[in-house]
Ligand binder design. Structure first.
Ligand code: GAF
Length: 331
């Protein structure tokens, strides 16, 4: 029986905080990942050889609980987790942990579930057990990623389609090394503010709003959704100038209207503009620290990374390409 499963982290190219507003996102899976290896055991026993999130076992037990609720007959297992994903970098180490655990539990039970169902139950585990009112983007892309492609997901219908990233564009992730403590409480506050704004505007969710009537949170969601669609078009037509402009506008909107950026992210985006080969830069993920995503001419990615490190010595930089989603891993 296959007893080893990998689940990747992600980087979101554009479409931030839109997932829990029924909107559009455009993430890609990356090469950094978590691997779960299991063996039958007399009792449940989970170990980790990497540096897991604080109280990481809660993520695993949350997933187990969701699966049992769906009548998946999970036997007692020893599961060992190892990961190359940095923590607190905004690259979805928690979704990778949840998804790798889910695949291990499901395989051990001799069960099968559609990938979108697995994404939803992992999201549910994070909301209920960890208390972060997240959307579905991170768990979705960890399962549905495809090499060389970003995925356009409509978070209302859950319809998705692959959008090729030109071969000569590198995804360069720059981790600021900071994670502000208020990240998850502010995240939940934004979610509540969006629900209030939707009510005020008389729409089911901000996806349906067209006029923000001066509400900055609503303005971010409305403009960000249209930027995602324009960005997809620009990728398809290889319009690099538009890609750059849309990323810059997204960052400013997250900074000023949605207020989830921070000094370190703003500096990293500004410094990227001084480095060779940049197409576009913005913060990625939930914000309040974590990483920026930079689209960079692939043949200049190395020079870009070196220059950015000179300007921001504490940065950890990953030069990557879109990777495949979760699945069995050969030993
Ligand atoms: C975090 C959440 F988990 C996602 O669901 C998403 O909302 C993202 O922040 C912001 O776009 O990664």
């Amino acid at each position: 029986m296959q007893n080893r499963f990998r689940a990747p982290g992600r980087v979101n190219l554009i479409g931030e905080h839109t997932d829990y507003n029924d909107g559009f996102v455009l993430p890609a899976a990356i090469h950094l990942e978590t691997i779960a290896t299991f063996t039958p055991a007399p009792a449940m026993n989970w170990t980790s050889s990497s540096n897991p999130p604080e109280a990481w076992q809660r993520y695993v037990s949350g997933v187990e609980k969701q699966l049992r609720r769906r009548a998946v007959p999970i036997p007692p297992l020893a599961i060992h987790f190892e990961s190359t994903l940095p923590l607190g970098a905004g690259l979805s180490s928690s979704a990778a942990l949840e998804v790798s655990a889910a695949l291990a539990f499901i395989a051990a039970a001799g069960f099968e579930l559609p990938p979108m169902e697995i994404a939803r139950l992992c999201q549910q585990a994070e909301i209920e057990t960890v208390g972060l009112g997240c959307g579905i983007m991170d768990q979705f892309i960890s399962l549905h990623g495809r090499a060389g492609q970003a995925m356009l997901l409509d978070c209302r219908s859950l319809a998705f389609e692959a959008v090729a990233i030109p071969e000569d564009i590198a995804l360069v992730i720059a981790d600021t090394g900071v994670k502000h403590a208020l990240a998850s409480s502010e995240y939940n506050t934004r979610r509540a503010e969006c629900a209030e704004a939707a009510q005020y505007l008389g729409v089911q969710s901000l996806r349906d709003a067209t006029d923000p009537r001066g509400n900055p949170r609503a303005r971010h969601i409305i403009t960000e959704n249209s930027r995602v669609l324009a960005f997809v078009e620009a990728l398809r037509t290889n319009d690099r100038r538009s890609l750059g402009q849309l990323m810059a506008a997204s960052h400013l909107s997250l900074k000023n209207d949605y207020q989830v950026s921070c000094l370190e992210l703003d500096m990293m985006v500004e410094y990227a503009g001084l480095c060779p080969g940049l197409i576009g830069a913005r913060m990625t993920g939930g914000g309040f620290g974590g990483s920026t995503i930079n689209l960079v001419e692939a043949d200049q990615a190395q020079a870009f990374a070196e220059r950015l490190r000179d300007l921001y010595p504490a940065a950890t930089i990953y030069i990557t390409k879109a990777a495949n989603g979760a699945g069995p891993q050969s030993p």
